[in-house]
Design a protein around this ligand. Structure first.
Ligand SMILES: Nc1ncnc2c1ncn2[C@@H]1O[C@H](COP(=O)(O)OP(=O)(O)OP(=O)(O)O)[C@@H](O)[C@H]1O
Length: 265
């Protein structure tokens, strides 16, 4: 896979039906191109199709219109080369931290050859000493770290992060954001991050794509030209946050960002 990571969404449409069988246009004419090593954040109002897009890239769902390809091939179903991390960590409660992280390697029957990677990823996310603990014995932050390590260890070309840190306190979230950058710098996957936290989007991503209200369309894009590690208090960081907020405000899609607006004022 090395050197060939390329994701292309061309004119994607996804229409659902609600309980009254009325059409719900989740995504319309949605376009996005991402190459190896990029982190792209998707921000937009609740219900604008962000998670829908991640599900399409994961191959868990199919678009009704447009094409979605990875490395030139249409995405037809799930594959371990496209990993998904959800807000709800979905850890296997009957497996220890170690076995949760090793799970994918075992499923692919590569555990024997790649066993050393398990300890390596445990250390990368700071879980040493908790290898034998079960999910009910660890904190929310540790569960998130386990879930991230379980996905990153597979070395996927694409990693889909659907608000993976939103349930955590600000301090833990910031620590894990740094861990994500550390692993990303090593493995260089494409990362698509869905977040409601504008600061998180600016801290982690190379580009922030802003979606309109449903049906979700890209209505703006902000390039974050800052080196890692980023300083959240720098004038450029604050300016980029404001630029994204301005696009959201300009398109009248502020209501879901009230908390962030209050923070800014
Ligand atoms: N399986 C489904 N059946 C019917 N409607 C659906 C289905 N999945 C999603 N939708 C609808 O499609 C729209 C987009 O949903 P999606 O979860 O992608 O939005 P989102 O931008 O991720 O929202 P949030 O930020 O609140 O998580 C919503 O109106 C949602 O109700």
């Amino acid at each position: 896979m090395v050197g060939k990571r390329h994701l292309l969404a061309d004119n994607i449409t996804r229409i659902y039906h609600d309980t009254d069988n009325k059409e719900v246009h989740a995504l319309a004419q949605f376009n996005l191109e991402i190459t190896r090593g990029e982190i792209v954040a998707l921000v937009g109002p609740s219900g604008c199709g962000k998670s829908t897009f991640l599900r399409l890239v994961a191959g868990l769902d199919q678009p009704q219109g447009g094409t979605l390809s990875y490395n030139g091939e249409m995405i037809a179903g799930p594959h371990y080369d496209r990993g998904f991390v959800f807000q709800d960590t979905n850890l296997f409660p009957w497996l220890s931290v170690y076995d949760n992280i090793a799970f994918g390697l075992k499923a692919r029957r590569v555990f024997k050859q790649e066993q050393a990677k398990v300890q390596e990823y445990i250390e990368l996310v700071g879980l040493q000493g908790f290898e034998k603990a079960y999910p009910h014995q660890i904190s929310g932050g540790m569960a998130s770290r386990t879930s991230l390590a379980r996905t990153f260890i597979q070395d996927p070309g694409v990693i889909l992060l659907d608000e993976p840190l939103s349930a955590l306190d600000a301090f833990t979230r910031m620590a894990i954001q740094d861990e994500i950058i550390k692993i990303w710098q090593r493995d260089q996957p494409i990362i698509i991050l869905v977040t409601h936290d504008i600061e998180e989007a600016v801290y982690l991503s190379d580009r922030v794509v802003i979606l309109s209200s449903r049906p979700g369309k890209a209505i703006g894009e902000v390039t974050i030209g800052l080196q890692h590690p980023r300083d959240r208090t720098s004038s450029e960081f604050v300016r980029l946050r404001r630029e994204i907020m301005a696009i959201l405000e300009c398109c009248n899609i502020n209501p879901n960002y009230k908390t962030i607006k209050l923070e800014e004022s």
